[in-house]
Design a protein around this ligand. Structure first.
Ligand SMILES: *Cc1c(COP(=O)(O)O)cnc(C)c1O
Length: 412
């Protein structure tokens, strides 16, 4: 990731032409979109796939004999195989389409409610998104299992020695995000997974923030479950995926009952369909799944190493300029981090700065970023978060820095 970028093959101006939304204005100013950690923008190539689907072969899948249904089914299953290849899953049926990260986590948490008992322990990290905290609290309430937390340090890194101390033969599950959405920290999931496995615990990794920047290999990681959302990887909202090792997916009970997920139904007994359909009750987001595949095609065509290298340049550029502004405090200074910068300026409320930046056409996120425990750790109500994708530019960062200086002057 520290390799330098070959600017002869990566041209951000060419890339930007793929994203129609980047041409628009906000409050009379060209849009500068730095809220990518919340949702990414969609390239024309993916928009075209969505338009093509609804223009030419929109149909329900898996149960129709007619041409449209077959075409839609083929495209949907092809997308599943693309996702399988991208994440290097052993089998296509280990990829479950979901409505997003939150759905994937809840599906696993619900499944484990029939496997856990009082005295069992679940470990989450202090760096989690609320969607990776609340479902486990609900699971603990249901089963009597106990929730433990891997603490973090001032740099926004997890304390691995404390994690080791928490592990014991009662530990059944460990949940950690690959990259923190609030701070950008890249967590050492390889180590976390192997340590968790040494006591027989399963590991679910929340990849919502990592998938836009790196290409995870689920077999090399030996991870049990991995989840992400398409809308953070240049795809549409409302679709995502859960990877689960075949053995685990067979063991877990279905999440929702309905059409698609059954083999046979009588009023006495229902038998469930094979994987992946057991977890895909009802009509899925067919178009979304196909567009998810197209989004991965788009990103792979640029190349994840190229993306990571370029975004690292953006991160360094922005960090350097921000550090020169008096009163700026950056939260999350982990050695390994992605292109997310969380910061505050003196005692100015993040919301006030965010509002002024918006007037100047600049979209940043302000608040607790669905990670209140992190904010509590730093004893702050929230931060301003600027998060960059490969279609952002250093010139946009320069404009943002100038606008930020103006906002600070207006507010102090
Ligand atoms: C965005 C995000 C989620 C939630 O994703 P949804 O698409 O809203 O389900 C969970 N975890 C992390 C780390 C995220 O960044």
């Amino acid at each position: 990731m520290s390799k330098t970028l070959d600017h002869t093959t990566f041209n951000v101006e060419t890339i930007r032409k793929d994203f129609p939304i980047l041409n628009r204005e906000v409050n009379g100013k060209p849009l500068i979109y730095f809220d990518n950690a919340a949702t990414s923008q969609t390239p024309q190539q993916v928009i075209d796939v969505i338009v093509d689907y609804y223009s030419n072969y929109n149909a329900n899948i898996h149960r129709g004999v007619h041409a449209l249904s077959q075409e839609a089914t083929d495209a949907y299953e092809q997308a599943r195989r693309k996702i399988q290849t991208h994440f290097n899953a052993e089998y296509a049926h280990e990829i479950i389409f979901t409505s997003g990260t939150t759905h994937g986590i809840n599906l696993v948490a619900n499944g484990f409610s029939s496997l856990l008992k009082k005295g069992d322990e679940i470990i989450v990290s202090a760096l989690e998104h609320h969607s990776n905290i609340v479902p486990w609290q609900m699971l603990c309430e249901k089963t009597g299992a106990e929730l433990k937390v891997i603490p973090m340090n001032d740099n926004g890194e997890l304390e691995l020695s404390a994690f080791e101390a928490l592990l014991n033969e009662n530990t059944k599950l460990v949940f950690v995000n690959h990259i923190s959405n609030a701070l950008g920290t890249i967590n050492p999931i390889e180590e976390i997974i192997s340590k968790a496995h040494s006591v027989g615990a399963a590991v679910l990794v929340d990849g919502a923030q990592s998938c836009p920047h790196i290409k995870p290999d689920v077999q090399a990681l030996d991870v049990d479950f991995y989840v992400c959302s398409a809308h953070k990887i240049c795809g549409p909202t409302g679709v995502g995926m859960l990877y689960g090792k075949q053995d685990w997916l067979k063991k877990l009970p279905p999440y929702q009952g309905g059409g698609e997920m059954i083999a046979e139904v009588t009023f006495e007994k229902t038998t469930y369909a094979d994987l992946p359909h057991k977890f895909e009750a009802g009509t899925p987001n067919v178009c979304g799944g196909i567009a998810f595949g197209a989004a991965l095609d788009y990103m792979n065509a640029i190349g994840f190493e190229t993306i990571a290298n370029y975004e690292h340049e953006l991160l360094e550029h922005a960090t350097h300029l921000l550090q020169q502004i008096e009163g700026v405090k950056i939260y999350g200074t982990a050695k390994h981090k992605t292109s997310v910068i969380s910061f505050n300026v003196g005692n100015i409320h993040p919301y006030d700065i965010g509002t002024i930046l918006d007037k100047m056409g600049i979209a940043v996120r302000t608040g607790h970023h669905c990670a209140q425990p992190i904010m509590d750790y730093y004893n702050i109500p929230g931060t301003i978060r600027a998060s960059f994708m490969f279609y952002n530019t250093k010139a946009e960062i320069d404009t943002f820095i100038a606008a930020l200086k103006k906002a600070i002057m207006m507010l102090s």
